[in-house]
Design a protein around this ligand. Sequence first.
Ligand code: THU
Length: 137
Amino acid sequence: MAALDPETEAALMAAALAARENAYAPYSNFAVGAAVLDTEGRIHAGCNVENAAYPQGQCAEATAIGAMVLAGGREIAAVCVAGPDEVPCTPCGGCRQRINEFAEAGTPVIVCGPSGVIARYVIEALLPGAFGPKNLA
Ligand code: THU
């Protein structure tokens, strides 16, 4: 997957920032939004959903990927994660694995803050040597 065109990247970032507004993060006060672009060009958004039983909380990326799967999407073309400030909110280890499940080498993972893009990665840089679907094929 090649780099995103600026218009698509802006739309993906806007969806992640909007999703962040609906985050349920009363325990960490760390609101996160995520948006996933599928290979059909559709954008699926999600936010983190925390829980009083802390380990039951769900990351924004997991929510967005769940929305993609529900809509029938099976291939991620790009991901954008929106954190609260200018410190890059890079996906946690579990979410790198979740993204990898539906991504391929070169799939962009963009991290943004309130004022725009902070960092751009590709999935294999975030999860080198990944165990993935190919291992079970
Ligand atoms: N969180 C995400 O939703 N995505 C990330 O990439 C990093 C962390 C959430 C989990 C928890 O609700 C809060 O941020 C603080 O860790």
